[in-house]
Structures are given as C-alpha cells and as structure tokens.
Design a protein around this ligand. Structure first.
Ligand code: NAD
Ligand code: TYD
Length: 354
C-alpha cells in the first residue's frame, strides 16, 4: 500500500478530475488533503466542485494556475508537502485538436514535462513523490471489427489529441526508467456521467434532445467506443494509486462497446421515458453529418490486468449509468445553463454563498 497523505490533482475542475476528487473525499477512507491545480480553461468549471469546497474547507484547496508554470508547481509541491500527483489536466477534445493543435502540444506534452521535472526536483531535495498519469485508450489507434487493446498493444495515435497524449505517456515512462521517478499510468476508455462538458457526444446529444434540437452523428454512426461510467474510472484510479505496481500501466474499460448510433438511440429512449416524451419524435432528431477527419473506427479495452491484479470491476452497467446521467442533467438545469453561459460565479454564489 502506498502512503497517500497530500495529493495534488491537476485538472480537478474538469469532468473526470472533479469526480475523482469528490470520490476520494466522500467515498474512501482517505484522511489527507487535496490541492486542485486548474487553469480553468473553457472545460474547467469551479461549479463542479462547489459542494466539495463548501464541505471540506480544511482539506480541499483550489489553486488557479497552469501546469506549465514550473515555479508555481514547485511551490505547491513544497508548501503543501505533496506526496502524490494525479495528473488529469489536459486539452481533451479530439475535434478541437483537429482545428487547433497548439494548445494540445503545450498542455498535454509540455505541461506533463513540467510536472515530471518538478516531481524530480522534489525527489532530489529528499521529498519523493509518486506520479500517476491519466491517459486514454486512443493512444493505441483504431481497431478493426475484432481484437482489444491491452497494455502491450503498440502505440499508434492518429489525431493531434491522441498523439499529444501518447507523447506524454512516453515522457512519464522515460522519467521512471531514466531518473527513477515513481510512476503509474492508466489508459481509460470513453467516460460519461454528470458534470460532462456538452461538447462530447453524450452530454451534447442529451442536451440537444432535451431542447428538441437536431443531434449530429458523424459519418455512418457505426464508429464504436467502449463506454465507462465516470465514477468507475475514479474507483479504478484510486485502486491503482493505493496498490498498483510502480512503473506499470493499467487499461481501464467497461466491456461496453456501442456504436455511436446505438448510444444516441439509447439516449432517445431514456430521455423519452424520463420526460414522458415520444421515442419516435426523439429519433427524428438524429441527423447524419460530415465525418470527423481521420475518425478512429473502433476502440475496445481489455481490462483483464486491472481486474486480476487489483480486483477492479465496473460497478455501473450502461443502462443504469446512462439513466443516472439523464436524471442528473434534468435535475441540474441551472448547472447546464451556467455552463452554457460561462456564468459559473453566479451559480456558485446562489448555491453556496461566497
Ligand atoms: P476536461 O476537458 O473535462 O478537463 C480538463 C481540465 O484540465 C479542465 O478543468 C481544464 O481547465 C484543465 N486544464 C487544461 N489545461 C490546463 C493547464 N495548462 N493547466 C492546468 N489545468 C488545465 O477533461 P476530462 O474529460 O476530465 O479528461 C481528464 C483526463 O482524462 C485527460 O487527461 C484526458 O486525456 C483523460 N481521459 C479522458 C477520457 C474521457 O472520456 N473524457 C477518457 C480517457 C482519458
Ligand atoms: P467524443 O465524445 O468527442 O469522444 P472521442 O472522440 O474522444 O471518442 O466522440 C465520441 C464518438 O462520437 C466519436 O466516434 C465521435 C462521435 N461524435 C458524433 O458522432 N457526433 C458528435 O457531435 C460528437 C461530439 C461526437
């Protein structure tokens, strides 16, 4: 078991990072402190953790800043006595990476480099730090109709996003082998759940269905993704942090492959059921649009290693997880409005004061 006392979570105001922080503070026996370093890009939303900030004022600290700022990172590592870094911060949307890759190279590659160098500096000063890197199954490229990604599948990234994540994975391993930095990595499939920024397929389709707007499906809609409820990802990362082998990578996935069209049709049904709407009317909103350039056809994770070594298993099946997600968006219309207007401050003030 690793000693986990003072955690630095990067990108903790984003979708998965905020779930991870909430999970650790509310659902595990962790008794230490968490610092969240986040630049608050368009995808970072302090409202995602407003409840946590109010409930854990002594144990949760937010620092607004950039992972590329080495002085700031070193200062946080030292003043907060950080023993573990969990690195979520990234530019994360494939479509954005196609139109503007520079930010992806900056944050995903140089930002990771800055964090690794800062951890190494702390190690040289006698303060060893464990570094866990959050990555994606997209580094492995695209599968045909059969086969699965395992931890030994050769890297073959195809989008600027996945190439930048692959580069960061390589840096993390190199800092372990060359400089002896203590590291673990995880490569996860597509996540979904509450607090998801509405540029990714599931929250985008869900909100458009609720507003009775057309839902864009790229190409023929037959591209396949392996979907995992976000809290199951948080649970897997927590297990790896506590009991994962230093230097090892773990693939995380829900054995839950769906074509994009299947995902959108399931959403049509769930939204109809939850709003007393008509499924056929919902399905009429599905609109096939021009495909994404270089669109990877199929991703599928083989999670056997994390299952057998660490005993992890996804707790939510897709139907349950997606219904929970639909209900959350229905019950949190103010959050949705605040995200769409970029008006987080008013939302936080109304709910939590300050
Ligand atoms: P997100 O886009 O919702 O959140 C990213 C967060 O990082 C935001 O809060 C943003 O403000 C912050 N950030 C961006 N640049 C920063 C910088 N330079 N300095 C500090 N903070 C910065 O992303 P997400 O979906 O929560 O993904 C989190 C991580 O998980 C990423 O590393 C991503 O590659 C990985 N991942 C995501 C998925 C998925 O399905 N979303 C699947 C597998 C892996
Ligand atoms: P996305 O949520 O962007 O995740 P990723 O590209 O990282 O897998 O997209 C998931 C799938 O849905 C992907 O095959 C692209 C497709 N997609 C659409 O068909 N329509 C959309 O509007 C979006 C955003 C994605």
């Amino acid at each position: 078991m690793r000693k986990l006392q003072n955690l630095l979570v990067t990108g903790g105001s984003g979708f998965i990072g905020s779930h991870f922080i909430r999970y650790v503070l509310t659902k595990t026996d962790f008794t230490g402190n968490i610092v969240n370093l986040d630049k608050l890009t368009y995808a970072g939303n302090p409202a995602n953790l407003a409840d946590i900030a109010a409930r854990y004022p002594g144990r949760y600290t937010f620092v607004h800043g950039d992972i590329c700022d080495r002085d700031l990172v070193q200062n946080i590592l030292e003043t907060h006595g950080i023993d573990t870094v969990i690195h979520f911060a990234a530019e994360s949307h494939v479509d954005r990476s196609i139109h503007g890759p520079a930010e992806f190279v900056q944050t995903n590659i140089l930002g990771t480099f800055t964090l690794l160098e800062s951890c190494l500096e702390a190690q040289r000063q006698g303060r060893p730090i464990h570094f866990h890197h959050i990555s994606t199954d997209e580094v492995y490229g695209s599968l045909g109709e059969t086969g699965y990604f395992t931890e030994t599948t050769p890297y073959d990234p195809r989008s600027p996003y996945s190439a930048s994540k692959a580069a960061s994975d390589h840096l993390v391993r190199a800092w372990h082998h060359t400089y002896g930095l203590s590291i673990t990595l995880s490569n996860c499939s597509n996540n979904y759940g509450p607090y998801h920024f509405p540029e990714k397929l599931i929250p985008l389709a869900l909100l458009r269905l609720l507003n009775r707007q057309e839902v864009p499906v790229y190409g023929d809609g037959k591209n396949i993704r392996d979907w995992l409820y976000v809290e199951d990802h948080a649970d897997a990362v927590w297990l790896i942090l506590n009991r994962g082998q230093t230097g090892e990578s773990y693939n995380i996935g829900g054995n839950n492959e769906r074509t994009n069209l299947e995902v959108v049709k399931t959403l049509c049904r769930l939204v109809a059921e939850e709003t007393s709407g008509d499924v056929a009317e919902m399905e009429k909103l599905i609109t096939f649009v021009k495909d994404r350039p270089g669109h990877d056809r199929r991703y599928a994770i083989d999670p056997q290693k994390i299952q057998t070594e660490l005993g992890w298993k996804a707790r939510h099946n897709f139907e349950e997880g997606l219904r929970k997600t639909v209900r959350w968006y229905l019950e949190n219309q103010e959050w949705v409005q605040a995200v769409q207007n970029g008006d987080y401050r008013t939302w936080i003030h109304r709910h939590y004061g300050g």
